[in-house]
Design a protein around this ligand. Structure first.
Ligand code: C2E
Ligand code: MG
Ligand code: MG
Ligand code: MG
Length: 282
C-alpha cells in the first residue's frame, strides 16, 4: 500500500500516544542511544534585565536531532524520557553541559546565571540534590549561579517529599523558579510554603497580552503577586518590542523570548552577543 511506504517523521508523533507502538519503542531506544553517545545538544536563550537591557543569564534548552526524523521537540521527547527512566541521565547530561558552559563564560568575565529545567520525576528522587551538588562541584561553580526551573504542577506533586527536596536544593544556595506559572491550578497557600525565588509567567499569557485584555490582567496580577512576595518575575515568550516595553512598565524584572533571541548554540550566541553589542547585567 503506497501511502504506508511513504511515512515521514511527522507520523512519529501520532504513534507516541500508543505506549506499545513499535515506533515509540524504537524512539525510546534511539533516545537512550543519543544520551549514551552524548549526542544531545544544549541551546541557550538569553534572560534579559528589562530595566537595564543587559543579559542576566541564560536558559539551557535540550535539543535532539534524530538521525532519520530530524529535530524532535523537547515537548515530544521529554515526556517519553520521563515515562521510561531516561529523564535522570538526560537531566544529568544537560546540567553538566550547562554548568560547563557557564564556567567557560565566567572564565571570560561573563558572570551570567544559568537556568536548567527539571522535570517532575527528579523532584520525587531523594538523590537528586546529591546529583546537583556533585555536578556543581565537578564544574567548580558556586550554587548561586544555578536556577532550577520547575513547573507549577511538578512543584505540588507529592508535596511532602518534593518540599524536602526543594528545601535541600535551596539550602545549598541553588535558586528555584516556578516555570509556566499560571497554567497549573496551584493554591497560593501551598506555593507560599515552598522555597521559591522566581516566577516565570507562561508565554501563553505573554504572547497575547497586547491584544487580549484578560491575558494582560493575568500578566499584571502575576507581576504584582511576584513582586509583593519578593520574587524575581520573568516573562517568557516576549516576541515584540511593544510587549517588552509594557512588561517593563508593569514592573516585570526579566524578559525572555524571540524578540531578544531564539535559543542558540553557545558559539552562535557569542556571535549574537558581539553583533548586537549586548552587555551583561551582572
Ligand atoms: P520552557 O521551559 O517553558 O521553555 C521555554 C520554551 O519556549 C522553549 O521551547 C523556548 O524555545 C520557547 N520560547 C522561548 N521564547 C519564545 C517566544 O518568544 N515565542 C515562542 N513561541 N516560544 C518561545 P523548547 O525549547 O521547545 O522547550 C519546550 C519545553 O521542553 C520547555 O519549556 C521545557 O519544559 C522542556 N525542556 C526543554 N529542555 C529541557 C531539559 O533540558 N530538561 C527538561 N526536563 N525539560 C526541558
Ligand atoms: Mg523553562
Ligand atoms: Mg517556561
Ligand atoms: Mg513554557
Amino acid at each position: 500500500y503506497q501511502a504506508k511506504e511513504h511515512r515521514t517523521g511527522v507520523e512519529v508523533y501520532a504513534h507516541e500516544r500508543d505506549p506499545y507502538s513499535p515506533r515509540r519503542l524504537a524512539m525510546m531506544n534511539d533516545l537512550r542511544g543519543a544520551i549514551e553517545a552524548a549526542a544531545l545538544d544544549v541551546h541557550y536563550q538569553p534572560l534579559v534585565d528589562l530595566l537595564t537591557g543587559g543579559i542576566r543569564g541564560l536558559e539551557a534548552l535540550v535539543r535532539w536531532e534524530h538521525p532519520r526524523h530530524g529535530p524532535i521537540s523537547p515537548d515530544e521527547f521529554i515526556p517519553l524520557a520521563e515515562q521510561t527512566g531516561l529523564i535522570l541521565p538526560l537531566t544529568e547530561a544537560v546540567l553538566r553541559a550547562a554548568l560547563q558552559q557557564c564556567r567557560a563564560w565566567h572564565a571570560r568575565n561573563a558572570r551570567v546565571v544559568m537556568a536548567v529545567n527539571v522535570s517532575a520525576r527528579s523532584l520525587l528522587d531523594v538523590d537528586f540534590p546529591d546529583l546537583v551538588e556533585r555536578l556543581l562541584h565537578e564544574s567548580r561553580m558556586p550554587a548561586e549561579v544555578l536556577t532550577l526551573e520547575i513547573t507549577e504542577t511538578a512543584m505540588l506533586l507529592d508535596s511532602l517529599r518534593t518540599k524536602e527536596i526543594l528545601e535541600r536544593l535551596s539550602g545549598m544556595g541553588v535558586k528555584l523558579a516556578i516555570d509556566d506559572f499560571g497554567t497549573g491550578f496551584s493554591s497560593l497557600a501551598r506555593l507560599k510554603n515552598l522555597p521559591v525565588d522566581e516566577l516565570k509567567i507562561d508565554r501563553s499569557f505573554v504572547s497575547n497580552m497586547m491584544v487580549n485584555a484578560d491575558d494582560r490582567a493575568i500578566v499584571q496580577s502575576t507581576i504584582d503577586l511576584g513582586r509583593n512576595l519578593g520574587l524575581l518575575v520573568v516573562a517568557e515568550g516576549v516576541e515584540d518590542e511593544e510587549t517588552m516595553r509594557r512588561l517593563a512598565t508593569l514592573g516585570c524584572h526579566v524578559g525572555q523570548g524571540y524578540w531578544f533571541s531564539r535559543p542558540l548554540a553557545a558559539a552562535d550566541l557569542e556571535r549574537w552577543f558581539r553583533h548586537t553589542g549586548a552587555y551583561l547585567a551582572v
